[in-house]
Design a protein around this ligand. Structure first.
Ligand code: NI
Length: 205
């Protein structure tokens, strides 16, 4: 038989152990390197609207602000690109040298509709320096998987009325990549331009 005192002590120890375990699991889920600071090497082999092949090596020595999306996106993409542009403008005002080292890039995961003509007009709507890229289905799959970006075509319920009638589901985060194309950090949807500009100021050197 275990006396009540011993039992209470055991229960107490057990709950401390449980708390520690819960804490450890929570820490692993929220802060583990796998979920947050994943050592992504940002590889892409795509084409700009002029037909020029562009890879991460094209921008060696530069910092890349990269966002994956599509021009027909009704709200999320325009919102995120406007923030990205606002952050870059902010940095340009305060630290033009640093801003000059940052290349903003929009990668379209909707090559069917986002033709070079469409992308050529889309970029300047947000920022004069915004580079717009796309590629073949295979090239986009490769780029997205390298950045751990998810995207998928979504046909409306009941089917498409026209072949153009679909949405693209996609991850929405702005990546900041270092001069060696390695992941530095990312900005989830909802991050303010102020925070993005401040982070750029800290991380770009
Ligand atoms: Ni979007």
């Amino acid at each position: 038989m275990i006396g009540p005192k011993v039992r209470n002590t055991l229960l107490g120890l057990l709950s401390v152990a449980c708390l520690a375990l819960t804490g450890a699991v929570a820490y692993t889920l929220v802060f583990s390197p796998k979920s947050v600071e994943a050592p992504i090497i940002g590889h892409f082999d795509l084409t700009d609207p002029a037909g020029t092949r562009v890879t991460e090596a094209t921008y060696e020595g530069k910092y890349l602000l990269i966002y994956f999306g599509y021009t027909y996106c009704p709200d999320v993409c325009p919102t995120e690109l406007a923030k990205l542009a606002a952050a870059l403008d902010r940095l340009t005002e305060t630290e033009p040298d640093k801003a000059g080292k940052v290349v903003p890039i929009f990668i379209s995961v909707d090559p069917e509709r986002d033709t070079p003509e469409v992308l050529r007009e889309y970029g300047p709507l947000f920022h004069p320096r915004l580079v717009t890229l796309s590629g073949s289905a295979d090239q986009l799959k490769e780029a997205a998987s390298s950045y751990r970006v998810f995207y998928a075509k979504v046909i409306p319920e009941g089917g498409s009325v026209t072949p153009d009638d679909y949405l693209m589901d996609h991850s929405s985060q702005i990546y900041l990549m270092g001069t060696d194309a390695r992941y530095l950090t990312h900005f989830p949807s909802g991050t303010s331009p102020e925070i993005i500009a401040k982070t750029l100021s800290e991380r770009v050197s």
